[in-house]
Write a protein that binds this ligand. Structure first.
Ligand code: CUA
Length: 159
């Protein structure tokens, strides 16, 4: 079978691009620890106010020292705000929404999840650098979407 030279060149270019994109996936998953969500848990969005966990969102320290933060994202704020967590300790965020889809992104870190009504989005991160971080909603959720911001304070551990 005869394949034209130019055709052959483009076939190799296409194959090379595919290999490059595959590499990009593996590098971002391995080096930057970007992972697709794997936690599936449902919650009734209509009764969040009386929910044992999300009725009183906040930061809870577990007996083993790990930290769990329950967050309710709703038009157009995050609760609690600010969120205060210790540095260099695993922090598990549990997020849900009573109204529409929101985003929860801690700017400058890889903490970033979609907040979907009816579901609990959960992920665990360890913040190494103490300081103040901006939390932004990165899913368009209504007229005041651009004002939907929160603050995360990462505190240095006092020993
Ligand atoms: Cu909430 Cu955009």
């Amino acid at each position: 079978m005869n394949v034209e030279l130019y055709e052959r060149i483009w076939m190799w270019v296409a194959a090379g691009l595919l290999a490059l994109f595959l590499c990009a996936i593996f590098v971002s998953a391995g080096v930057n620890a970007i992972q697709p969500p794997s936690h599936i848990e449902t919650v009734d969005p209509t009764t969040l106010a009386t929910h044992p966990e999300f009725g009183t969102p906040g930061v809870k320290v577990q007996p083993d020292g790990s930290v769990v933060v329950s967050v309710v994202a709703q038009m157009f704020s995050f609760s609690p705000d600010p969120i205060e967590v210790p540095a260099n300790r695993p922090v598990t965020f549990r997020l849900t929404s009573p109204d529409v889809i929101h985003g929860f992104e801690v700017v400058g870190t890889n903490a970033n999840a979609m907040v979907i009504p009816g579901y609990v989005s959960q992920f665990t991160v360890t913040f190494k650098n103490p300081g103040e971080y901006l939390i932004g909603c990165n899913e368009y959720c209504g007229t005041m979407h651009h004002n939907m911001v929160g603050k995360l304070i990462v505190k240095k551990e006092s020993r």
